[in-house]
Design a protein around this ligand. Sequence first.
Ligand code: NAP
Length: 269
Amino acid sequence: MTPPDHRPTTPPDRRHLLILGGTTEARALAAALATATAPDGRPGLRVTSSLAGRVARPRLPAGEVRIGGFGGADGLADWLRAEQVDTVVDATHPFAAVMSGNAAAAAAATGVPLLALRRPGWAAVPGDDWHRVPSLDAAAALLPALGRRVLLTSGRQGIAAFAHLDGLHFVARSVDPPEPPLPAALDVLLDRGPFTLDGERAVLREHRIDVVVTKDSGGAATAPKLTAARELGLPVVVVDRPPPPAGVPVAASVPEVLERLAEQGLVGR
Ligand code: NAP
């Protein structure tokens, strides 16, 4: 007869998920994981969100937060090993191409699974007068042919590409004040989304805007400017996204990420 097994059962380790953040979706994912059920017999996930530290007073996600760069792909790989990270979700902004490239390289070097969360880009609808360009520099080259008073919504770090355009008047919107080089004629609107359609109509009218510049960020929080521009018949210069790193699986929404994590046994269904 087999004697009863009295060995203590060691609880399974808490598994560690790193979210590379800085977006609405990254915060939504951290919030969803904070209340997600654990898979049967497993403790809940340890979730760490990482922010670059660009914004002076960031909106902090639920769970643990670390702030600041890792020191390139090698630094991130070291961090993944030291913190025993089991999986990474790259939920950075679609234009944060350096971080996404580093995440792909660090995942390849360590073997830690990586999933990218990328909200879909915007699509033009009838009535839109969009001019798609591949870069901020290309947007700057096109602008003088389209208007004189520009609403620039490409973020604080994107303003430098327009600094040489002396003939144009810029109204630049950013979360924190931009730093030189800056265009000579510049009004700064310190604000952060989400923005409303009424608010965007008011900005365009009050500043007598005749052309809008935006990155193809996608998402609802900053889309009302596109509707307001359409209503007023204004051209919009839309900067295309950089390509995502090759070979990294992509989810388009937080529920899709949760589904993939459930498939990996990291959260319950
Ligand atoms: P980036 O050019 O792709 O990254 C530059 C460096 O910043 C990276 O190499 C990394 O430094 C550090 N970094 C970026 N994201 C990080 C994160 N989540 N955690 C820790 N370090 C990070 O990035 P970016 O375009 O400047 O964007 C910075 C942050 O702002 C991102 O988190 C992004 O999600 C958010 N954001 C960006 C935009 C945009 O239009 N680019 C818009 C909204 C929000 P190390 O090499 O030292 O690790």
